[in-house]
Design a protein around this ligand. Structure first.
Ligand code: ADP
Ligand code: MG
Length: 449
């Protein structure tokens, strides 16, 4: 039972989290609707209950088992997924030098995440170019490289691609890739085991450090502190650092100011939400791979265009749709037509049809700028209110299909020329006001996800 549940959880929590937190758990008792687990350390018990209790419970329930609750106690379960667990994919730490001396506690790399499989389009060309530059392994030109963007836009893919490329091109370099969560975990583990000096030494010995999803350490004080010192030590030695986050450094709450400014002093690049061309390009490249794998399978014209048009949320969803479509097509042995796509992807298509409403935009913008919702539609002309209002108008234009007069009506009956003026103003300001551009990027992502 647990084997299967654990497998299911891999899909919900992701491979790396699964390996770190779920795989080491063992079921030790099953009584009266209570499933008791054991984890190898106290920290893990707390961490897993707090962060993964819900997913574990619901995955257990999905099997139909009458589970009331779960408990996680300290036990002699398997050791924590160690740094040297054999990885399914070649891992960065297997560079020539890394095997000679100490093993790097990196996360396994996904073999599919290479530059070859990364489709470049307008929304990601800058991020891609910067990643390529780092992957050359030449002298450090910008440090750190900070990649940010919404879920599923390719941050992790690019970081793995850098690691793969360096592995082949510069096997002499010690490359370490891990998530910020894993960084914290290693740190806490080192504290507990009184091996903090080893920890410091190890992290300061790498040539390229990549930390994924750094927003995770915000608010975690001692981890932030340690991260900051590691970061500085490496930069001082001229070592390359690559960081990713789901938002710009300036937008990460509870991040220490000095870390924020450090993160901003290299190259900060934004992975923009995908556009139609990029989505189609990604679909085409994945479909080619599938067609090669299932030679008998045919796909009707227009299916990929339809998907690129309709599924705009994120690349992961897009990939999932295509995978399902090919699996379905090969099972029933039918050509993949538009009808088949509509039938077999009904749920995904419905979910991505969810449209943002003007009310929702007004609410989120008001929240973001800390102004009253009523002021969004009210008459006040104070800059502190008028500017957020214009931002909301701008977003209403870009995220909904409403016409200007309609938008005007929702903004307290304003004239369409006022709306147009507001939108133009924001367009103009965004060209020079970095903060505003970032605010809008963030708000867009918040509402599109
Ligand atoms: P993020 O880390 O930004 O949340 P990921 O890097 O995990 O996103 O990407 C999600 C999925 O989408 C991965 O399977 C990745 O391979 C795929 N993907 C994202 N962008 C691209 C792209 N430009 N070309 C090909 N695949 C992509
Ligand atoms: Mg990621």
């Amino acid at each position: 039972l647990w084997g299967q549940v654990s497998n299911d959880l891999r899909k919900t929590v992701g491979k790396t989290n699964h390996e770190t937190w779920i795989a080491p758990l063992e079921i030790v008792a099953l009584k009266d609707g209570i499933v008791s687990f054991e984890a190898p350390t106290k920290f893990m018990c707390d961490w897993v209950s707090r962060n993964y209790g819900e997913p574990i419970l619901s995955a257990l329930r999905k099997t139909g088992a009458p589970v009331e609750r779960i408990t996680i106690g300290l036990g002699a379960a398997r050791p924590v997924a160690p740094a040297n667990t054999p990885a399914p994919a070649p891992a960065a730490r297997k560079s020539a030098r890394a095997t000679e001396d100490s093993e790097l506690p990196g996360a396994p790399l996904d073999a599919r995440f290479t530059f070859d499989s990364f489709v470049v389009g307008k929304p990601n060309e800058l991020a891609h170019a910067a990643a390529r530059r780092v992957a050359e392994g030449g002298p450090v030109t910008f440090n750190p490289l900070f990649l940010y963007g919404g879920v599923g836009l390719g941050k992790t893919h690019l970081m793995h691609a850098i690691a793969h490329e360096l592995q082949t091109g510069r096997p002499d370099l010690r490359v370490l890739y891990l998530s910020a969560e894993q960084f914290m975990y290693r740190f806490v583990q080192a504290l507990r085991d009184r091996q903090i000096m080893d920890f410091k030494e190890l992290f300061r010995s790498v040539d390229v450090l990549m930390v994924d999803d750094v927003q995770f350490i915000a608010g975690k004080d001692s981890t932030q502190e340690e991260f900051f010192h590691t970061f500085n030590a490496l930069v001082d030695q001229g070592k390359q650092i690559v960081i990713s986050a789901d938002r710009a450094p300036g937008e990460i709450k509870d991040l220490e100011e000095r870390i924020r400014s450090r993160l901003q002093c290299g190259l900060v690049v934004d992975l923009h939400p995908t556009d139609y061309e990029l989505r189609l390009g990604i679909l085409q490249s994945k479909a080619d791979a599938y067609c090669a794998r299932y030679p008998g399978l045919k796909m009707a014209d227009g299916v990929l265009e339809f998907l690129a048009h309709r599924i705009t949320t994120n690349v992961r969803v897009l990939e999932g749709a295509l995978t399902r479509l090919f699996a379905f097509g090969s099972l029933v042995g039918r050509e993949i037509t538009l009808d088949l796509a509509q039938e077999c992807l009904a749920d995904i298509l419905r979910a991505s049809d969810r449209r943002v409403t003007i009310e929702e935009i007004q609410r989120k913008v008001a929240e973001h700028y800390n102004v009253r919702l009523s002021d969004m539609i009210g008459p006040k002309r104070l800059r502190t209110i008028a500017r957020p209002r214009q931002v909301a108008m701008y977003l209403a234009k870009h995220l909904t299909t409403r016409s200007l007069p309609e938008i005007g009506r929702r903004f307290g009956g304003r004239d369409h020329t006022t709306i147009m003026h507001g939108i133009r103003k924001i367009d103009e300001l965004m060209a020079t006001d970095q903060q505003l551009a970032e605010d809008i990027g963030l708000l867009k992502r918040l509402m599109e996800s």
